[in-house]
Design a protein around this ligand. Structure first.
Ligand code: HEC
Length: 138
């Protein structure tokens, strides 16, 4: 039997991830605090490197204490490094219309391992997240 037609580019695979995990909030029809902006407007997706996008997707945006704020779940436990890299390819192509970030895979790995330290802060500026999610042995 022949294999089912496969999504064969990173962006194709990323499109399926976006549809399943991100579109519910980022398709523009949901209001804050759970509704995210259209990623066409995202500085992270239009930036010269993918670090802010990686940080946001891996660690999410925690709630601020005592007042309403934007909230995004973290996807560090959900997405593999390869899936996140595919997703970044899709986001870049679809929402920025710019060349893919050549260093996306390296930055994903360095961020998840904790080599690249990320502080996770909600809008009130107080760090609450773990220093990193460096659960991987290297
Ligand atoms: C529960 C709703 C929700 C889900 C699911 C969600 N997000 Fe978000 N996201 C938000 C909110 C709220 C913000 C903060 C407000 C904003 O900038 O849109 C945000 C911010 C972002 C930003 C930063 C935008 C910027 O430049 O300011 C990126 C990038 C992003 N999300 C990507 C994703 C991706 C990729 C997924 C799927 C893996 C995802 N989000 C899933 C709600 C969500």
């Amino acid at each position: 039997a022949s294999a089912a037609p496969a999504a064969d580019t990173p962006a194709d695979r990323g499109a399926a991830i976006y549809a399943a995990a991100c579109a519910v909030c980022h398709d523009g029809s949901r209001q804050p605090p759970f509704g995210g902006v259209s990623l066409r407007l995202s500085t992270a997706i239009n930036a010269s490197n993918p670090q802010n996008a990686i940080n946001t997707i891996l660690f999410g945006l925690p709630a601020a204490s005592g007042r309403q704020s934007a909230i995004m779940p973290d996807f560090g436990a959900t997405l593999s490094d390869e899936q996140l890299t595919d997703l970044l390819a899709y986001l870049r192509e679809e929402f920025a219309g710019r060349p893919l970030w050549p260093d996306a895979a390296d930055r994903v790995a360095a961020t998840r391992s904790g080599d690249y330290h990320v502080s996770v802060r909600p809008a009130d500026g107080i760090e609450r997240g773990p220093d990193n999610i460096g659960a991987q042995d290297r």
